[in-house]
Design a protein around this ligand. Structure first.
Ligand code: A2P
Length: 332
């Protein structure tokens, strides 16, 4: 690939910083890198491959000469600026939920539906972090035995809610140890230190949250299964980095646990970590900063037959966000 002129929109955020780490680590061919954020970050510098690059204020002229724009600054910024980036000739990979369910916009996990990339019209959507991790684990099982139903509970890290949420968790932990009052959280709906709460994003009229809807509708689109039932409960846990998920699936055809293990061990983007007798199973502490989605605790389902129950953990800032977007860009 010839070196590109790249812009990172939301470069100062939790995912934005990860974009820089992933681009540098993978030696993505870059001719010029432009870091964009809000006026709050003007004058800040961020490390990239041994340099300190200035952060510029995002504006209508930010995309002149840019060939690839990686967006992670939320839905409203994406809706406003992605069209400007496209008009300037850039290809946009957007990490927000703004365009994910638009039928004209591919929603891509390269290990699962790489063919969808070809249909892009200058904009590709990066799926929700919990959805990416789950899709990577489900794809090989679906290919082998046909997916019928999914029930999933997520255990989501603070960093999924951004930099401010990480700060709130840290402040809460410090206050707990010091037995002082923690500041009221703003990025998170509840105090997270010493707590677990079943709310990620806002509630809809049917009692499910928007995050739980994302798992349903995005999985259907990525897997090409428009009627797949997906019942999700999304939970925030006091972990800084890496989401985990407890998953039960119903399959069309029986799949033995050993066969499922072999499929997962061979699957792109998956690491099989499944030796409970030796206390080996996926955990955030081990996956943080690493690329693969770890899958383990595989067993035959007790409710869904034929079916399987398992556990996964993956770095949601990396494979769940920045790495997936960069992998899409690498395939273009
Ligand atoms: P800033 O740091 O200047 O606020 P996170 O998801 O970690 O909260 O990060 C969100 C990212 O989106 C940050 O880089 C943030 O920049 C950026 N952002 C938020 N609002 C705007 C805006 N109005 N214009 C440009 N970037 C924005």
């Amino acid at each position: 690939m010839s070196p590109r002129s790249v812009a990172v929109v939301g470069a100062t955020g939790a995912v934005g910083r990860e974009f820089l780490a992933v681009l540098a680590a993978r030696q993505f061919p870059i001719r010029q890198l432009r870091l964009l954020a809000s006026p709050r970050s003007a004058g800040q510098r961020l490390p990239f491959g041994g340099d300190q690059l200035p952060v510029e204020v995002l504006g209508p002229d930010s995309f002149r000469g840019v060939e690839l724009a990686l967006f992670s600054a939320g839905g409203s910024i994406a809706r406003e600026y992605a069209p400007l980036a496209r008009a300037a000739g850039a290809l946009v990979v957007d990490n927000s939920s703004a365009f994910r369910l638009d039928p004209d916009v591919p929603l891509v996990v390269p290990e699962v539906n790489p063919a969808a990339i070809a249909g892009h019209r200058g904009l590709i959507a990066n799926p929700n972090c919990s959805t990416i991790l789950l899709a990577v684990a489900l794809a090989p099982l679906h290919r082998a035995a046909g997916l019928r139903k999914v029930v999933v509970s997520t255990y989501q890290a603070a960093s999924g809610a951004g930099q401010q949420a990480i700060a709130e968790l840290r402040q809460g932990l410090v206050a707990q140890l010091a037995r002082t009052a923690a500041p009221t959280p703003k990025a998170l709906p509840q105090p997270l230190a010493g707590n677990v709460f079943p709310q990620v994003d806002v509630f809809g009229a049917d009692g499910y949250t928007r995050e739980e809807d994302k798992l349903l509708y995005e999985l259907r689109k990525i897997l090409g299964l428009p009627t797949l039932p997906v019942d999700a409960t999304c939970v925030r846990v006091p972990v800084e980095r890496c989401h985990s998920e407890s998953v039960a699936i119903e399959l069309e055809r029986p799949l033995a646990v050993e066969a499922a293990r072999a499929l997962l061990a061979a699957a792109d983007g998956v690491e099989l970590v499944d030796d409970p007798a030796a206390r080996r199973y996926p955990m955030p502490l081990q996956q943080a900063g690493r690329d693969p989605v770890a899958v383990g605790r595989l067993r035959l389902g007790r409710v869904f037959t034929p079916g399987l129950t398992f556990w996964l953990a993956g770095d949601q800032l990396r494979k769940g966000a920045a790495l997936n977007a960069v992998q899409i860009a690498e395939r273009l």
